[in-house]
Design a binder for this molecule. Sequence first.
Ligand code: AKB
Length: 314
Amino acid sequence: MNGRILVIGSNGQIGTELCAELARRYGADKVIASDIKEGVDQYEWTFEQLDVLDFERLKEVIAQNEVRQVYLLAALLSATAEKNPEFAWKLNMEGLFNVLNLAKDGLLDKVFWPSSIAVFGPNTPKVNTPQDTIMQPTTVYGISKQAGENWCQYYHKKYGVDVRSIRYPGLIGYKSLPGGGTTDYAVDIFHQAIANGHYTCFLDAQMRLPMMYMGDAVKATVDIMEQPSEMIKVRTSYNLSGISFTPEELANSIRTQMPQFRMDYKLDYRNEIAASWPDSIDDSAARQDWGWKNEVDLQKLSKIMLENLSKAVR
Ligand code: AKB
C-alpha cells in the first residue's frame, strides 16, 4: 500500500474501531487519526487535530503525513442534523467536496465516504429495499447523503476519482458511544440495561430497522477499500445488510440473558425519522461484486454487547 491512511472524524462511533482495524491490517505507523476534538493519547497511531472544513489545513495534514487514502467519517447524523439543518448540510457536503477535490488533484489514490439507509424515504419499498429504487429522503441527513452519493459517482466518472461507499444501517458496538443518530437506541439500550436494568425507548416497539454489529461494518469498510477498482461497480453507494429487528425483539433478546430487563416507551421526533426508513435491505450487489458477508446475528450481537459492557463496569 502506498502512503498513509487518514481517518477524518476518528473520535466518533466508527472511527475508534476503524483506526484499530487499519492499524491491525497495515501497522499503526500507517494510520493518522484526526478529529475536530482533541484526541486521546492512548493509541499507538498519530493523531492530528483537524476540521475537515478547513481546506488548507486538510491539505497540509495530507502532505505532511504522506497520506494517500482518506476515510471521511466526519458528519452530523440524522437526529442532530434535524436540529441544525444548515450546518449539517455545510459539514456533510463541504467536507466531502474538500476531500474529493484533493483526490481530483491527484493528492489521494482512494477515498472512503459513508452513506446511509437515510438516503431512502417513505416512498421507498420498505422490505428488502433494492440497490436502485425510489429514494426521496425526508431528513436533512438523508438529503445530504443522497446528494453526496451522486457527487461521488460524478467525481468518479468525470475525474476518475476512486471513491467507494457503503450505505450503513444502524451500527452497534461496545467500544464507543454513538452520537446524534436515530438508530442510537440500539446501543444505549445495552448501557442502560447494565446500569439500571431498564430502558425507555424513543422508538415504537414495532419499529423495524436495518442494523449491524460494528465489527461487521468495520470489516466491510476496509474490505471494500481493498478491492481492485474494477470490482467496485456501484459508484454511488452499496446497500449493506446485517440484521433487521424491532425494539421489542431487541429487548426480548436481551431478556434471554437478563430476564429482569424492563423496557418502556416514550416516543419522540426520532420515531418519525425511523418510520421513513426501510425495514430491511437487499445487499446482493455488495455480496456479488466484492464478496460482502455479515457474521453477527441478533442473539450473538446481544451476547457480545452484554458481556463486554458488563466487563467494563466491573
Ligand atoms: C443515524 O441513525 O442517523 C445513523 C444512520 C442510520 O446513518 N446511524
